[in-house]
Design a protein around this ligand. Structure first.
Ligand code: NAD
Length: 270
């Protein structure tokens, strides 16, 4: 397993399990399978309504808490100073944990995210979140946040996959030492039949999903593919025994069409 060092010196695993759209029972099973397969990063959110299941899966796995990196997120309707503190405590309670490793602002709610950040800085200072960060922030959102922030976000979790490579934003994040984490890294499964990816996979005896995950890793992107199937969870982690060539990476970069599967952070209505 590879780790990246965040700008506050915390180490984060390069691969984690995402659990969006997994109800509590499925999430519990998936988390347990993932931890048994060697994953050490789990990505959930208050909005996924499965923090209970994630906590259950962690306990069922028998893996020591301190070995696991748990991320959860502040939902949009909870943004604001007081409500962020309240929402964070609710998340801890649902997870059954006394700290999380990373707490993220889920979306940049206009007029609210700076107050939320103030509360998150206090949560960070209390030690109940080992790191704080953002999600779905464009460069201008980060510039605005950083103008007043005392603590710099450790990472920005954004939509990235071979058909939305986000190179300008990734370059900006690198320039300010904020790590990049990809959501929907497999394009929600929609690009797994792409002939370029399948062909590259054949050359390495790997699947298209494994090729895409490898592409993220070699681009220094932290990646959180989702699955609730044991075999796929194992498959998505079995990516440390091959390497893509520079030419293969270029070919995958060439699939970019700047196409979002989710909302544009400048134009969301939830
Ligand atoms: P993903 O790109 O990880 O794709 C998941 C889908 O791909 C699965 O549902 C399954 O259909 C398919 N799949 C996965 N592994 C496979 C395999 N080995 N073979 C064949 N098919 C496979 O999509 P995602 O769930 O949208 O994103 C991953 C995680 O990112 C989420 O679970 C969540 O934790 C996070 N996320 C965050 C945000 C945000 O706003 N911050 C938004 C979306 C997702």
């Amino acid at each position: 397993m590879d780790y990246q060092t965040l700008n506050n010196s915390l180490e984060i695993p390069q691969i984690g399990l995402g659990v969006w759209r997994a109800p509590n029972e499925d999430a519990a099973k998936a988390v347990e399978w993932a931890l048994k397969a060697g994953y050490r990063l789990i990505d959930t959110a208050a909005a996924y309504k499965n923090e209970d299941g994630v906590g259950q899966g962690i306990r069922n796995s028998g893996v020591p808490r301190e070995e696991i990196f748990v991320t959860t997120k502040l939902w949009n309707s909870d943004q604001g100073y007081e409500s962020t503190h309240q929402a964070f405590n609710d998340s801890l309670e649902k997870l059954g944990l006394d700290y999380v490793d990373l707490y993220l602002i889920h979306w940049p709610v206009a007029g609210k995210y700076k107050d939320s950040w103030k509360a998150m800085e206090e949560i960070y200072a209390s030690g109940k979140a080992k790191a704080i960060g953002v999600s779905n922030f464009h460069q201008h959102h980060l510039e605005d946040l950083l103008a007043d922030a005392k603590v710099k976000p450790v990472l920005d979790q954004i939509e990235i996959h071979p058909t939305l490579t986000q190179e300008p934003l990734r370059n900006y994040l690198k320039s300010i030492d904020v790590a990049v984490e990809a959501w929907s890294p497999l394009g929600q499964g929609t690009i797994l039949n792409n002939p370029v990816l399948v062909e590259i996979g054949k050359a390495h005896q790997k699947t298209a999903a494994q090729v895409i995950i490898r592409w993220h890793l070699q681009n220094e992107i932290i990646v959180i593919p989702k699955s609730v199937h044991e075999q796929r969870i194992q498959e998505n982690f079995d990516v440390f025994d091959f390497e893509l060539s520079a030419e293969e990476i270029q070919k995958i970069n060439g699939l970019n069409i700047n196409e979002r599967l989710g909302a544009d952070p400048d134009n969301f209505n939830f």
